[in-house]
Design a protein around this ligand. Structure first.
Ligand code: NAD
Ligand code: UDP
Length: 335
């Protein structure tokens, strides 16, 4: 299949390009590199020994998107391009609503115009709000606490409405839990701008002595050890979920959780990282981070039954691969 990957130079998109190319598909990437670098595409080509056609465009530019579609006959689109920083979305709501929703609408519109029948969308576990864990696809969505989460809820609704009026338009909404780790080559991984917001990249930078210690946001949650619980999933497992979602022909709107189904606390993740690397992670407790929920993990039965997908990689592999990428970044900057 020929697949358009928007945001393909980003963290999840680049790993998904590897999985798609390795499964024998051809890949066209559009990305305006606002949160990534062109060299990532070259690295994906190096890893897979396959070529990617790359367009440097903004997906909210309808004319440019039309031009890309007119040059190809896509079998499907995977739409990763978007802004994703929860805290930033509170301060820049318009940027988030505009970029994340307009991009989805333009892509869907252009898909319809060019007869592209398959649309895979990056959603997030954040749409479950404060539902009771484990989160299951049939749950009613509860309000999220930030504009980022709202853009995911709204994009899901727009796509579901389109699938409702045209059964041949197949929409697959993938709700990601907490993607972590990196490709085993150590060539690509998550590259946060500045001080990381997310736990795993923060731990990696503490291990690397770029940061002094980890601040654990709260130890008074009603969880196994008082720290927040999340469902961490290896980025390559997540990537492979996209390949299966794309290959499986499903009519109408479909939603799948992509997680492991296992909840891990902050202290448990620190323990796994220390075991995987032999390094000590110093930490202190600080107050809860506003907007955080106590627990978030998936019921993953639907993806298993319908997509034949399960996450295979362990927490130790997630930590080991994160660390390999972290130190490979250092080697590069030493040169
Ligand atoms: P990322 O920032 O690494 O990748 C997004 C890519 O999209 C970047 O390369 C960026 O340059 C590009 N982009 C953004 N707006 C664009 C536009 N208008 N036109 C063209 N390119 C544009 O983020 P990621 O972690 O790979 O996330 C990918 C998708 O998955 C996002 O939609 C995000 O909201 C969603 N998601 C991510 C997580 C996570 O923890 N990383 C969790 C749930 C959902
Ligand atoms: N967390 C933490 N310190 C950090 C970053 C995160 O204690 O520097 C905690 C956070 O409170 C949550 C968990 O780690 O319980 C995962 O946070 P992350 O931001 O990675 O994911 P999200 O909260 O978006 O699911």
């Amino acid at each position: 299949m020929e697949i358009l990957v928007t945001g393909g130079a980003g963290y999840i998109g680049s790993h998904t390009c590897i999985a798609l190319l390795e499964a024998g598909h051809s890949v066209v990437v559009v990305d305006d590199l606002r949160n990534s670098r062109a060299e990532i595409i070259e690295k994906v080509e190096r890893i897979t020994k396959k070529k990617i056609q790359f367009y440097l465009i903004d997906v909210t530019n309808e004319v440019a998107v039309n031009e890309v579609f007119s040059n190809h006959s896509f079998d499907g689109v995977i739409h990763f391009a978007g802004l994703k920083a929860v805290g930033e979305s509170v301060n820049q709501p318009l940027d988030y609503y505009y970029n994340n929703i307009v991009s989805t609408m333009i892509l869907a519109k252009v898909c319809k115009k060019y007869g592209v029948k398959k649309f895979v969308f990056s959603s997030s576990a954040t749409v479950y709000g404060e539902n009771k864990v484990p989160f299951i696809e049939t749950m009613e969505l509860l309000p999220t606490t930030n504009p980022y989460g709202e853009t995911k809820v709204m994009s899901e609704r727009i796509l579901a409405d389109l699938a409702r009026i045209d059964e041949s338009f197949s929409v697959v909404v993938l709700r990601y839990f907490n993607p972590v780790g990196a490709h085993t080559s150590g060539l690509i991984g998550e590259l946060p701008n500045g001080i990381p917001n997310n736990l795993m990249p923060y731990i990696a930078q503490v291990a690397d002595k770029e940061l002094d210690n980890l601040k654990i946001y709260g130890n008074d949650y009603p969880t196994i050890d008082g720290t927040g619980v999340r469902d961490y999933i290896h980025i390559m497992d997540l990537a492979e979920g996209h390949v299966l979602a794309m290959e499986k022909v499903v009519e109408g709107a479909n939603i799948y959780n992509l997680g492991t189904g296992i909840g891990t606390s902050v202290l448990q993740l620190i323990g796994a990282f220390e075991k995987a690397t032999g390094l000590k992670i110093p930490y202190i407790y600080v107050k809860r981070r506003p907007g955080d929920i106590a627990e978030c993990y998936a019921n993953v039965n639907k993806a298993k039954e319908e997509l034949n997908w399960v996450a295979k990689r362990s927490l130790i592999e997630m930590c080991r691969d994160t660390w390999r990428f972290q130190i490979s970044q250092n080697k590069k900057s030493d040169l």
